[in-house]
Design a protein around this ligand. Structure first.
Ligand SMILES: Nc1nc2c(ncn2[C@@H]2O[C@H](COP(=O)(O)OP(=O)(O)OP(=O)(O)O)[C@@H](O)[C@H]2O)c(=O)[nH]1
Ligand SMILES: [Mg+2]
Length: 476
């Protein structure tokens, strides 16, 4: 097995590692107004009511799967969808005829929301809202994502980040409205543009000042010899499911945190953005203590400003020893490829080296071997290390662990010590901290071969030297 030598892992800030689940029910497809049927058949309440989604593209096909999922994740039951193939209409985006059709449907279904895939200008939003029944609010894709983020942000830091993201989204829109003469001026105190810009500055400063205890945790973790593994990938790919599989203790709950830095259980649900903040759990791979961090899922076309707002959670990836990029193997091939490319470029932006990435093609239990192989090849064209797994069924996790461990900074060492109590206590310490490859008893002596994080090996060596200097043992 080829192993890496020790190298830097820069300490970066991160979110407090707690999951903040509001555990609110969400709706799925259903024609009823308040109730939706989950994939498993159970009834859940779409607490916000019915929504209509609309999507337009210059060319067929017009995809609606993701915007429907987003709408459901925001708590609506999608009651109908409208698609069209045409160039953008400057006034309403969708075109008059389609808008009239949607308005009739909104009235008939008592829809409380119209979600338009893509971005709407302020004028388009106002015009569309005016054409809809009074109770129907109009969202574009990004406003919807922000609404989801806002609801799931539990920590002060995440809340501020969401607010900042929302204001950054609003700012050019307010400017556009001002330029169109809808507002008088935009540079004076008291005007919306000025106020928003001012609030953005203040939020930026506040975020800078907020302590990031996680940064200190991270340093301590590394000093204490934890390897760091980050799970990244699109929302719904199966990251949290995988974390559950890898974690040592499945019974940790928010109510009984084992450690302030290891609180929280990553929620697994068939909805988007279930994990908004990072969750870190302890795992043991081949005897080595590893901290595995679950991150916020990517979403298609996530605009740059939004990525920026959440870069703190993505920066988890940059400081990890290994990033496991979880890809949904049930995605159609084209989509699989696109998402993989986007994910890798996001990781590139975070300065993650390709050598540190392991792609886990997940959900292979749902696909034929041939389909799995197609996706494996696509991934293998981009990253050397690709493993096909089923996180929910536990298939091939041993191979994933192997791929992870070959990428952890590692050093080999052989200790030859006299067989006494101190040596046995060192051996049990070694079992907890490194991979013990072999233990041989040769007469009075014990020969222990280990592999581990260089800093941990250094500690072990110091202990072994202390044992040797007390007795007549030999350390090599
Ligand atoms: N069939 C199958 N389903 C899986 C597998 N792994 C995860 N899932 C399902 O995929 C859905 C999403 O899983 P999560 O683990 O919550 O996904 P996630 O990547 O953490 O999603 P976010 O937190 O939104 O980023 C859930 O319904 C899981 O049960 C798998 O190996 N096979
Ligand atoms: Mg998750």
């Amino acid at each position: 097995m080829q192993r890496k030598s020790d190298r830097r892992t820069t300490s970066m800030s991160e979110e407090p590692t707690t999951d903040t689940e509001t555990d609110e029910a969400t709706g799925a497809d259903s024609p009823s107004r308040d109730e939706a049927t989950d994939r498993d058949g159970s009834q859940r309440t779409a607490e916000k009511g019915s929504a209509i989604v609309a999507a337009r593209a210059e060319q067929a096909p017009v995809e609606t799967a993701e915007i429907r999922q987003l709408t459901e994740a925001a708590g609506y039951a999608v009651v109908d969808e409208f698609t069209q193939v045409r160039p953008r209409d400057p006034g309403t985006n969708l075109g008059d005829g389609k808008v009239a059709e949607i308005a009739r449907c909104a009235a008939a279904t008592e829809a409380v929301a119209l979600v338009v895939d893509g971005e709407l200008t302020p004028t388009q939003t106002t015009t569309l809202a005016a054409r809809m029944p009074d109770e129907t609010r109009v969202f574009d894709r990004y406003r919807l994502i922000l609404a989801i983020f806002a609801e799931q942000a539990g920590h002060r830091r995440a809340q501020l980040q969401v607010e900042l993201a929302r204001l950054r989204y609003d700012l050019p829109r307010i400017k556009e409205a001002a330029d169109e003469g809808l507002l008088n001026r935009r540079t004076e105190r008291g005007t919306p543009y000025y106020d928003v810009r001012d609030r953005i500055d203040r939020l930026d400063r506040k975020l800078d000042e907020l302590p990031t205890p996680a940064e200190q945790f991270r340093e301590r973790r590394q000093q204490e010899g934890f390897d760091l593994v980050t799970l990244a990938g699109y929302t719904n790919a199966g990251k949290s499911t995988l974390l559950h599989r890898l974690a040592d203790d499945l019974s940790v709950t928010n109510a009984s945190p084992a450690h302030p830095d290891e609180t929280g259980v990553a929620e697994i649900e068939d909805r988007l953005f279930k994990t908004l903040e990072t969750t870190t759990r302890r795992a043991t791979v081949e005897g080595r203590p590893v901290l595995v961090t679950d991150t916020v899922g990517f979403v298609q076309d996530l605009p740059h400003w939004l990525v920026q707002s959440f870069s703190e959670t993505l920066s988890e990836a940059a400081s990890a020893d290994v990033v496991v990029l979880v890809a949904d193997g049930t995605d159609p091939v084209d989509e699989f490829e696109t998402k993989l490319d986007v994910s890798l470029s996001v990781l590139d932006e975070q300065d993650v080296t390709r050598d540190d990435v392991v792609v886990a093609v997940n959900k292979i239990d749902c696909e034929s071997a041939a389909e799995v192989e197609r996706r494996r090849r696509i991934a293998a064209e981009r990253v050397d290390s690709v493993v096909t797994i089923s996180a929910s069924e536990g298939a091939n996790l041993d191979r994933l662990v192997d791929a992870i461990i070959t990428r952890l900074p590692s050093q080999r060492e052989t200790f030859t010590l006299s067989n006494r109590d101190e040596t046995m206590s060192l051996l049990s310490w070694l079992y907890d901290h490194v991979t013990v490859d072999s233990v041989e008893y040769a007469g009075e002596m014990v020969v222990i071969e280990v592999d581990g994080r260089p800093s941990v090996i250094a500690k072990a060596r110091a202990r072994a030297e202390a044992i040797s200097s007390e007795g007549e043992s030999d350390v090599r």
